[in-house]
Design a protein around this ligand. Sequence first.
Ligand code: SF4
Length: 198
Amino acid sequence: MSENLVLVNGSCNARCCHCPYASNSATACLSGEPLSYIENVRSDLVILSGGEPFESRIDTLFNYMKACVSAGKYFRVATGGHVRLHPYLPYMKSMPRFAGIQLGTDVLLPERNANSLRHRAIWRENLSQLNDLNIGFGITMTVDNDVEFEPVFDLLGDVRPDFFLTNTMNDGAEDLEKLRSSLKLRYPEVKIETGYTA
Ligand code: SF4
């Protein structure tokens, strides 16, 4: 786990089959003042994450964002992409030090999520709004045996993220390299990073 990840919610309603955070009750991961956690992050960029941060009480998430601003740190929010972001994006965009969104892809894949078809519609809606509002975003992709990312490529269409963040679940270095090569071919202009934050 990267040391600039701050878990603002320890659960997620999307219930991907492989995920330790999959549950349907919002759980705060941290107790105490957000500012004290944020000030201790040894990076200028904080990733507010979960579970699903947009399923925490929204004032909780906003308090973490405000704490980042107070601490003089840039922040990005990592979401599964299955929650509608449009009520929050304009406010987030107006905040100083907002560094965009990191969209997960697990909810889109039938191998990982039984409701992937339903999630795809909201994910695509979020993508369009990020694009329309000119908010920077990255796409996280985690390889595993036999997972097909075609649904992600289809949904991206002509939209280009700022970066891809690539990971592997089972130390599958070969699978990871395959994914990175395929991304390089399809999206030569997009940065490809490895890890959970970029
Ligand atoms: S969207 Fe992410 S956090 Fe939520 S269940 Fe799926 S993998 Fe876990």
